[in-house]
Design a protein around this ligand. Structure first.
Ligand code: LFR
Length: 489
């Protein structure tokens, strides 16, 4: 008998995909059924996600997947924090905002002035990012839609609702709202009340692996999926799915999930809610099976991708292989930036913003795109080092290896420089960790595979991985790390 196939809907900041995964006791084969662009739309009142287009892309992808043969179940993951509001009829109110929209920063300041960062962290253990859901909700509250809102659904939960009609809040993603109690993993009624939000807005939590209904008749009709095809709750926060698929075969590993963002940290059994941890802005997001993703957001490949978007607009060659070749030949450590400078958050002219930051910190401007790419990648490697060392200190656990997963695993320069900067061996891959995590949690829910260790062993046995040993000029990385600290001060 053929091994079962699971369809993973994985939406990222720039594109969405439907990927099928065939899972056997010793095999795990992914195949991309469909890819579609995710193009945010700037409306007069802010930056929004084109959610109907994403839903349509997902349906087209599921139709492609269904053409390929039987699909045992469907699961959906996306980025975190963003949401839609449903009214009393269950209809979507307005167009969901993009987390890079500028309305969030002032709303975050207002909430912090009222409740205070310590109190928030003491409950949720969530890193401060101006776009955390609780701040977005604070901004939304002053609008006309608010009175009609009955339910808050995070983006993957909204897509699941449109697939199957099931309403719920998947817990790994719910942990990025800032409204979950990090100790218990439940909605914090106290914090929700303290923020003046109605408790009834937040649906019951569901764990990865839980059933989430079956595909609705209009989905059956369009996609050709058989009636009764189950929708399975996965770790719907893409980072949680990626961490579930880290191919670790031993404990004591650190990870960097590297795509639009670099999420660097450790997997823990319990949250770290100390004042030191808050000051270093570490997050305690929830992972599969009650694990804690103790990590920090680093701005990631966004910096490089936004540079490339500018260069393409200006007619400057921006093909990635060419740029990486130029970067490899550019002068080492010519300039170091803090990737997390708030100036880099919104979409825009990234080379000009890098110039601004370099001028502010008294450093020379790169000559040519290769210089910018080198500056970005070395700075990211340094940020990986700083973050992983801080995580180790704050959690009291020294990692012996770094697993770098996600699209960044294809970037040999970044992998090697992460090994050189951290002084740790780096295992790179799989690049498709998120889709694999999505598929594996579905497979487990359907009776294949056991615990998280089991899932990870299967990834390690079946996926192609690359190994990078630390080398290079250690002293030069130390000096560059000091420059990064100075740039952040
Ligand atoms: C990565 C990610 C991060 C989250 C950011 C915004 O794709 O999900 O984990 O902080 O996007 O939602």
């Amino acid at each position: 008998r053929e091994h079962p196939v699971f369809a993973a809907v994985d939406l990222g900041a720039t594109s969405g995909r439907v990927i099928t995964g065939r899972v056997g006791p010793d095999s795990l084969v992914l195949s991309e059924a469909c890819r579609f662009p995710n193009t945010p739309v700037r409306l007069p009142d802010g930056l929004r996600w084109d959610v109907p287009a994403l839903y349509q892309g997902m349906l087209d992808g599921l139709r492609e997947a269904a053409r390929g043969g039987p699909v045992a179940s469907v699961g959906v993951d996306t980025w975190a924090v963003d949401y839609g509001l449903l009214d009393a009829d269950g209809a979507l109110l307005g167009i969901p905002f993009h987390y890079r929209d500028g309305r969030n920063a002032p709303a975050a300041d207002a909430v912090l002035a009222d409740v205070g960062a310590r109190e928030l962290y003491g409950v949720s253990g969530l890193q401060h990012l101006p776009f955390n859901t609780l701040f977005q909700l604070a901004a939304h509250r002053s609008g006309a839609q608010w009175a009609a809102a009955r339910t808050v659904l995070l983006i993957p939960d909204l897509l699941v609702y449109w697939l199957s009609g099931a309403v719920g809040a998947e817990v790994t993603n719910a942990s990025t709202t800032g409204l979950l109690d990090a100790r218990t993993g439940n909605w914090s009624d106290a914090l929700i009340g303290r923020l003046g939000l109605r408790r009834s807005l937040f649906p019951p939590l569901r764990e990865p692996g839980a059933a989430a209904g079956t595909v609705l008749p209009h989905v059956v009709e369009y996609t050709g999926l058989p009636p009764g095809t189950p929708v399975t709750t996965v770790a719907s926060h893409d980072t949680a799915s990626a961490v579930a698929a880290v191919p670790a075969t031993e404990p004591g590993f650190a990870y960097v999930s590297c795509g639009t963002w670099s999420l660097a940290g450790l997997e823990l059994d319990a949250p770290v809610l100390t004042e030191e941890s808050r000051a270093a802005n570490f997050t305690n997001e929830r992972g599969v099976d009650g694990t804690v993703r103790y990590l920090r957001n680093i701005m990631g490949m966004w910096l490089l991708e936004e540079c490339r978007r500018s260069w393409r607009r200006w007619g400057v060659p921006a093909d990635l292989a060419g740029l990486l070749g130029e970067a490899a030949r550019a002068r080492p450590f010519a300039a170091v930036i803090d990737p997390d400078d708030p100036l880099f958050l919104a979409p825009g002219d990234m080379p000009a913003r890098i110039d601004t930051v370099l001028a502010r910190t008294g450093q020379p401007l790169p000559d040519g795109p290769g210089g910018y790419v080198r500056c970005v990648l070395e700075s990211l490697a340094l940020a990986h080092r700083r973050t992983l060392r801080q995580a180790a200190r704050l959690a009291g656990r020294e990692p012996t290896r770094v697993h770098l997963v996600g699209g960044g695993a294809r970037n040999a320069l970044l992998c090697q420089w992460t090994a050189d900067a951290t002084g740790l061996p780096v295992t790179a891959g799989p690049a498709e960790a998120t889709a694999l995590g999505n598929v594996l949690v579905q497979a487990r829910a359907h009776g294949l595979l056991g615990d998280l260790t089991d899932l990870r062993r299967l990834v390690a046995r079946t996926q192609e991985l690359r190994h990078y040993s630390p080398g290079g000029d250690g002293k030069a990385w130390d000096r560059a790390a000091d420059r990064l600290d100075a740039a952040c001060a």
